[in-house]
Ligand binder design. Structure first.
Ligand code: ADP
Length: 522
């Protein structure tokens, strides 16, 4: 394993910094062993060498005071820190730092559910609280609220919100339903945003804005602070929940389907963040690729047809849920079926009417039951990883078709299967293209990376910007937001330099480099 030291540090100064970290958090909570300890902080789906985005050490503070102590040491020795909550940001780098040699600040030990208000419906959590843990807490106490959950429930509520992650109930936009943050700034100062800035405030987790500028967004997808507490709004448990699937056996029906769907999302007939998944993505949840195809190159259309028949699903499979009383759900189902009956190849199933394991998983997630079942897709091949290209698009059929056709054709050109997950908001869609690869195969990694770069280039030409990205493409993605000579990035850099003059916090995250490292390649 390559040993990365933080840039600018010598072995001696690094050793001194490690000693200082040990004094803050205790010996046991500083990890430095490259063989036994650091590899669990590598990106599990490394697109470069396994240890390219490797940390030089890991520190595990247990309190806000210890976080501030860690930040003080980092400033003294100019050690770059990379904060993570639980580090399950799969497809986007996992726990790995953007800057090789940064010290990961693993906040998992700070895992208190500080407060749950079962009347006003909010929770206050520390970074180490997972969706599964918060859900358990609510269920064990019969608190009649749900926490909206993403595909995999093992990640943290706080980290996912900071990355502007999504879930699939009506509260699916996690940033939109957060309220109040506590943040350790890069100079060690401690700030509470919004109403929480008033000592004794009784609306810190109820009203998002406070008095004066609103800073919360500044601490998402950024490197301007370490967030140590987050308020999150909970969804009142509905009277009932009924998941359903609509399959489209013709790939070209995608456009018409989206055009019918978008107004139904906008007027709330379909109230949850619903998703439309491509055939092979769903097939991957059922059996490994070798079960369907053992030939060379991408899975051919003729084989795809057979997969559709075998699994009794469509080329596209839409997953939604209806919430409310039985009568209301019946009414919603009538409206939904009526609307989509115009799509020639559409077939309709309530959750119990089809034995698809994907439908069973989606039904749980849309009913806010966190689980790990979506990880089944990683059995697609041996050593299966994925890197995601995730551009936003207007929620119209034309854009859905362009995204699909362009990505599918490029995937084929690079010898890859097309796997797409279109997550449909009210006006926009996250069009998430998962590119699977063998993380032990250098040739496969190279062409996967080349494909991702092409996807960025082609999408940018047409005005599609990514909502999130893997460390290996953060600079590329930041460069696509280039209006007025990269004014946005220049603004981020000015904020970075003002808040973090020593450039210690998550250098390079989201393409934002501190002055002392700007212009270098890492
Ligand atoms: P999860 O907990 O869902 O597994 P991660 O811990 O991997 O998510 O966090 C995703 C990303 O969000 C991290 O790579 C980091 O950039 C950022 N992040 C996570 N937690 C914090 C935090 N407490 N403060 C600042 N940034 C954070």
């Amino acid at each position: 394993m390559t040993r990365h030291l933080p840039p600018g540090l010598t072995e001696e100064s690094f050793a001194e910094a490690i000693q200082a970290f040990r004094r803050v958090v205790g010996d046991k909570w500083v990890l430095t062993d490259e063989e036994t300890q650091l590899p669990s902080y590598y990106d599990p789906f490394a697109i470069f060498e396994a240890d390219h985005f490797a940390p030089s050490a890991v520190v595990k503070p247990s309190s806000v005071d210890e976080v501030r102590g860690v930040v003080a040491v980092a400033n003294e020795y100019k050690v770059p820190l990379h904060p993570i909550s639980i580090g399950k940001n799969l497809g986007f780098g996992g726990p790995a730092p953007r800057l090789p040699g940064a010290v990961v600040v693993d906040l998992k030990r700070m895992n208190r559910i500080i407060e749950v208000d079962d009347r006003l419906g909010y929770a206050v959590v520390e970074p180490g609280v997972s969706f599964i843990e918060l859900d358990n807490y609510l269920r064990e106490r019969n608190i009649p609220f749900w926490v909206d959950v993403p595909d995999l429930g093992w990640g943290s509520v706080l980290g996912n919100t900071l990355e502007r992650g999504i879930g699939y109930t009506p509260y699916g936009d996690h940033y939109a339903v957060h309220c109040g943050m506590e943040v350790v700034l890069p100079d060690g100062d401690l700030v509470r945003t919004g109403m929480g800035a008033m000592p004794g405030s009784n609306t810190a987790y109820l009203y998002q804005y406070g008095f004066g500028p609103l800073y919360d967004g500044l601490f998402t997808q950024s490197n301007f602070g370490i967030v140590t507490k987050l308020g999150v709004w909970l969804l009142p448990k509905p009277a009932g929940c009924q998941a359903y699937m609509i399959t489209l056996s013709k790939e070209e029906d995608l456009g018409q389907f989206i055009d019918i769907l978008q107004p139904l999302r906008l007027n709330n007939t379909i109230s949850n963040v619903s998703s439309l998944r491509s055939l092979l993505l769903d097939a991957a949840a059922v059996a490994p690729r070798s079960h369907y195809y053992t030939g060379d190159g991408p899975i051919p259309d003729s084989v795809a047809e057979k997969i559709k028949d075998e699994l009794k699903i469509g080329y596209w499979n839409f997953y939604g849920a209806m919430y409310g009383t039985e009568a209301s759900i019946r009414e919603q189902w009538d409206l939904i079926r009526d609307a989509f009956s115009a799509v020639p190849s559409a077939k309709f199933y309530l959750a119990h009417e089809h034995d698809s394991p994907v439908l069973a998983t989606r039904a749980k997630i849309m009913a806010a039951q966190p689980n790990l079942e979506t990880a089944e897709i990683l059995k697609w091949t041996d050593n299966c990883g994925h890197i995601d290209f995730a551009p936003m698009a207007p929620a119209t059929g034309e854009h859905a078709l362009w995204q699909y056709q362009t990505t599918r054709d490029l995937c084929r050109e690079y010898g890859k299967d097309y796997m797409g997950n279109i997550i449909v908001g009210r006006r926009e869609m996250h069009t998430i293209h998962l590119v699977m690869f063998d993380f032990t195969n250098p040739t496969d990694k190279e062409r996967t990376y080349a494909l991702i770069k092409r996807l960025i280039a082609e999408s940018t030409k047409r005005g599609y910007g990514a909502y999130r990205g893997h460390p290996s493409i953060m600079d590329d993605l930041a460069a696509t937001y280039s209006f007025n000579d990269n004014a946005l990035l220049r603004l981020s850099q000015r904020i970075k330099d003002a808040l973090d003059p020593n450039g210690i916090l998550a250098p390079g995250k989201q393409g934002i480099w501190p002055a002392r490292l700007r212009g270098q390649q890492f």
